[in-house]
Design a binder for this molecule. Structure first.
Ligand code: DHB
Ligand code: FE
Length: 278
């Protein structure tokens, strides 16, 4: 059966992609952010995952407000990136892991998650930038993208995203394959891009949330979506991807590395790398 090697979570601010394209990683503004990934590169070189299952939220590239699935799972042989209008370089397609996609979809529907299946799917900065951060020399893994709606209300609850993560983790571990899988969650941490609270950041909450993922991973499920928006900002609610990731990597974990840096663009940029111990 397939093995989950661990979970990786990171923010996915588009400006990061611009900095990578311009080679600004060592500039004073960017260095504290990019340096946070160096220990993770060493860990990935060691554990050598074959596949990445990526929880992320599309921001209007593949799904727009007219059709917005709550949960969508990619089942495509490849995932193309396209111009989102941020001035980001468009990346070559990412390879899918179709057999795992369908296995995950079947297990999820069996467990009463009524997911949308996508045999074609464009992937935006929330998918491409984290993969570039974790594998700067090029993406060596095949992928299964899983989209969670954090763009248009109503959003799935934190509890439901935790349960989705658990079900995805069980599906991966029951996949008849000897491949090694890393689970990735992208988004957050606290940020708000619009309205009166634009620029809102909540460092105490972010740090408590990161700590909870190590020692008390269901802690954030006590909050409603409106409470999470109040505490983390309208886009900070993207932390649901981190919760789903930890749901998929249950039990005890070893902290490989964490980083937290304020701000990158409008966002409190966080990163966690957790190794699965069971
Ligand atoms: C920013 C953050 C995001 O999560 C995003 O999707 C777009 C922009 C920002 O802080 O600029
Ligand atoms: Fe975002």
């Amino acid at each position: 059966m397939a093995r989950i090697v661990g979970g990786l979570t990171t923010s996915h601010v588009p400006a990061i992609g611009g900095a990578i394209a311009k080679g600004l990683q060592q500039e004073p503004y960017w260095k504290p952010f990019f340096d946070g990934f160096l220990p993770v590169h060493a860990w990935l070189d060691e554990v050598k995952p074959d596949v990445a299952v990526v929880f992320y939220n599309d921001h209007g590239l593949n799904f727009f407000l007219d059709k917005m699935p709550t949960f969508a799972v990619g089942a495509a042989p490849e995932y193309r990136n396209a111009d989102e209008g941020w001035g980001l370089p468009t990346l070559p397609p990412f390879q899918g892991e179709v057999d795992l996609s369908w296995h995950v979809i079947e297990r999820l529907v069996e467990r009463d998650f009524d997911v949308t299946t996508c045999q074609e799917m464009l992937v935006d900065h929330a998918f491409t930038i984290p993969l570039k951060l974790f594998w700067p020399r090029g993406c060596p893994v095949t992928t299964v993208p899983i989209c969670i709606n954090t763009v248009q209300f109503p959003l799935p609850s934190a509890r439901r995203c935790w349960q989705l993560g658990q079900a995805v983790g069980e599906a991966i571990r029951s996949w008849d394959s000897d491949k090694r899988v890393v689970v990735i969650g992208t988004g957050g941490l606290s940020h708000q891009l619009d309205g009166e609270r634009a620029g809102f950041i909540n460092k105490p909450f972010d740090l408590k949330f990161m700590d909870s993922l190590l020692h008390d991973p269901e802690w954030a499920t006590q909050y409603s979506i409106h409470e999470l928006v109040e505490k983390t900002g309208t886009q900070g609610v993207e932390l649901l991807m981190w919760l789903a990731t930890r749901g998929a990597v249950p039990g005890f974990v070893r902290k490989v590395h964490t980083n937290y840096h304020i701000p990158i663009s409008n966002t409190a940029a966080g990163m966690m790398a957790l190794e699965a111990l069971e």
